[in-house]
Design a protein around this ligand. Structure first.
Ligand code: ATR
Length: 282
């Protein structure tokens, strides 16, 4: 019997690349990784996770819309997960789940180590205040950005995220409707789900960009197309989707579970080769 010990939970989850990524890392390092994708609606998540643990599950990645639920059920949290208020990596320790988030580290590693960009001193705009936004905000601050403006369709969530970051001088919220009056940003991160499920246009004012702007969508594939198209039309210098972050956050989780860090470049190159979304950078 082949016991599944690792899995990604989400809803929907059928198209997740995580099983491929973790299996490829395992092949690279000679580790027999058994990693599945498990669909769980929010109301069924806790039960599905306990069943998984009962069947020998040792580690789980968690994606939308379950990252805040994973945070809530974690018996222990890492400092970065606590600051993010979101968990994407669960590890079974002594019959309980320990929660961590590797999303922010994955994003920063993708932008700095892979793409060679310096985030320090940039004025940054974070679009969205859900689980994805919470997951990356602390790591952006730690990477040395000068200012983080959080803007969200529902302003109360942006306020809550800015408050939770606890750095009122650097991180604050602004109204989405007021984006056109906020000046220029050298880093713009789309952490909204606005274009998931094929909802068309992504309309933001060009005035928030400069010719030096780095624009990143945490989504990849179809869901990233509208924001990337907008960023290119606005002449942003560097435009990336979330595929690199996906691979890097997976590597962080893999290192936590298996004690060894995979080389992400070949896995990224393979997935990029199959991805419909083109990425541009000068
Ligand atoms: P995730 O875990 O991916 O962050 P989420 O917690 O449901 O998912 O958050 C989705 C984010 O996308 C939220 O910031 C949401 O804004 P609201 O808080 O106002 O719901 C944002 N979002 C979704 N659809 C959007 C749209 N059409 N325009 C702008 N923001 C949108």
């Amino acid at each position: 019997m082949h016991m599944i010990r690792y899995a990604v939970f989400g809803h929907p989850i059928a198209h997740s690349l995580s099983p491929r990524i973790h299996t490829a890392f395992g092949h690279q390092l000679g580790i027999d990784v058994r990693y599945a994708a498990i669909d769980a609606a929010p109301e069924a998540f806790v039960e599905a996770l306990e069943r998984f643990a009962g069947d020998g599950g040792r580690g789980a990645n968690v994606t939308m819309p379950l990252k805040e639920a994973a945070f809530a059920l974690s018996a222990q949290l890492t400092e970065r997960a606590r600051r993010a208020g979101a968990v994407n990596t669960l590890t079974r320790v002594d019959g309980r789940w320990h929660g961590d988030t590797t999303d922010g580290a994955g994003l920063v590693r993708d932008l700095t180590a892979r793409h060679g960009l310096d985030l320090r001193g940039r004025r940054a705009l974070l679009l969205g205040a859900g689980g994805a936004a919470r997951g990356v905000a602390p790591a952006l601050l730690d990477a040395g950005i000068a200012e983080l403006v959080v803007s969200n369709r529902t302003p109360e969530r942006a306020d809550a995220l800015a408050d939770a970051l606890g750095e009122p001088k650097r991180a604050h919220s602004r109204y989405w409707d007021d984006l056109g009056n906020l000046g220029e940003f050298e880093l713009i991160v789309n952490a909204t789900s606005a274009a998931r499920g094929g909802q068309g246009e992504f309309s933001l004012p060009f005035s928030i960009t400069t010719s030096r702007t780095l624009a990143v969508d945490l989504n990849y594939g179809e869901a990233a197309i509208p924001f990337l198209a907008w960023a290119r039309a606005a002449n942003c210098r560097d435009v990336f989707d979330g595929l690199g972050m996906l691979v890097e956050q997976a590597a962080e989780s893999f290192a936590l579970w298996h004690g060894t860090r995979p080389d992400t470049d070949p896995v990224y190159a393979t997935l990029r080769g199959h991805s419909a979304v083109l990425v541009t950078s000068d």
